[in-house]
Design a binder for this molecule. Structure first.
Ligand code: TMP
Length: 238
């Protein structure tokens, strides 16, 4: 039985997780909260059991991605709400991959939600709460030193690979992967996939009915939020 590392100090609290240092400087513990926010925390609430579900679902997806050759920060799940991860120096760029028009893309470009894209589109957003995470070009990340060209190339190819692996896995479980957001970071000079992969960070639609099984139920007050998270966990666990 592997020893459970102790949590030392909390060094970061985000909207959905708290991060703790451990005796090993290379490892951190992520604690998954039930807090839910939307629109840069202008809307706040809780989604019961969300932390437990997102921890489990992230474990499942990270394990799948690692098996498919995509390096991630995931080490192991410690308990219901704690995940042991490699410590990352986060690249301040959020990477979004889209297969179907939805959310901010529909709004920005005046397109109908649900339109299939002819190929996956990768977008980048600058991670900045005061600026509401604006859409950027990869050139902005280069010009302002947020990432090197080599890192951006790796991030794009890893994001597209994640899309292939997750889309296929979810399709087999009756789920359409509409879009999702990824975060990457550096660990001993290597780019690893970080953060979490869950209904907070992805749009999941039932393939047959197009019913939303993700955080849009919270963002848009559609009801059935907890049930949607449970249903997604059930589908990916089979
Ligand atoms: P968007 O359509 O609002 O730009 O969202 C694209 C994807 O990114 C969607 O799957 C939800 C996810 N996302 C986050 O994980 N965090 C965020 O802060 C936002 C705005 C979106």
């Amino acid at each position: 039985m592997e020893q459970t590392p102790t949590k030392l100090e909390m060094f970061y609290e985000g909207k959905a997780k708290k991060l703790y240092s451990t005796p090993d400087p290379d490892l951190v513990i992520a604690y998954f909260k039930d807090d839910a926010t939307a629109f840069n925390a202008k809307k706040r609430g809780t989604i019961e059991h969300k932390g437990v579900i997102n921890n489990q679902m992230s474990e499942l997806f990270f394990t799948l991605l690692e098996r498919s050759g995509i390096p991630t920060h995931f080490v192991r799940r410690l308990n219901d709400r704690d995940m042991l991860c490699k410590r990352l120096q986060i690249v301040p760029v959020e990477t979004v991959v889209r297969n179907v028009v939805a959310g901010s893309m529909a709004k920005r470009l005046g397109r109908e939600e649900g339109e299939n894209l002819p190929f996956p589109i990768v977008e980048y957003y600058y991670k900045s709460d005061p600026l509401d995470d604006p859409l950027i070009l990869p050139e902005h990340a280069l010009a302002f030193g947020w990432a090197t060209q080599e890192e951006l190339d790796q991030i794009k190819s890893m994001a597209l690979r994640v899309n292939e692996v997750l889309s296929r896995f979810l399709d087999e479980r009756g789920v359409l992967l509409v879009d999702f957001k990824l975060e990457f970071g550096r660990h001993h000079g290597k780019i690893l996939l970080g953060d979490e992969i869950c209904p907070d960070t992805c749009r999941f639609w039932d393939k047959a009915t197009r019913q939303k099984l993700d955080k849009d139920r919270f963002r848009r007050d559609l009801g059935g939020v907890e049930e949607a998270y449970q249903e997604m966990l059930r589908r990916v666990s089979n």
